[in-house]
Design a protein around this ligand. Sequence first.
Ligand SMILES: [Zn+2]
Length: 190
Amino acid sequence: MKADRFVHTKRKPQKPQKTAEQLDARNGKFNFSEIHGFKLKEVEWTVPDKQTRKRRRSQFNSVREEFLKELGANHEDELRAMGLKDKAIDMIKKGHAPQGYNVHHKLPIHGGGQNVFSNLILMPIPPHDDLHHIVMDPQVAQMQSGQSKKVMIPWTDDMVYHPEKDKGLVMNNAKPNNRAVMAKRMRDGR
Ligand SMILES: [Zn+2]
């Protein structure tokens, strides 16, 4: 048996099939409504041309600095609630992001997002990368400049991440395999 198994592992690995879940994610269908305290929201995602994207990314360098100074000046309580100490807060007041933190575009530049404070949030990495890898990337991976489609993005009005709001993935209650629904069916004798 062992030798047989060894032979199998030496065969050229097949490209893994896309799971139903991955296909759903590509179509913006998720079995959760909230991720890390961000609620899924449908927006029109329009990919700007390459030059516009490049210009906005370089403009972002100065906007990020202004955004961080604003957080340092007026959102210190939220920064401390995120676990940041004096040294990190001093950095933020000077316009620098502390190590392990990222200023995220809620609607990314790739989707037509602007460098405005209401579109930005300071948050730790992780969980930042999950917003891209789990929610947005699968939906927009194939999109080219000028293309436009409806996309689900993780949204919050906050400008600073709130750890106490982060419940990981909050699953849809409407799902028939939801635990509460199953329990009700049992009680109803269905
Ligand atoms: Zn991001």
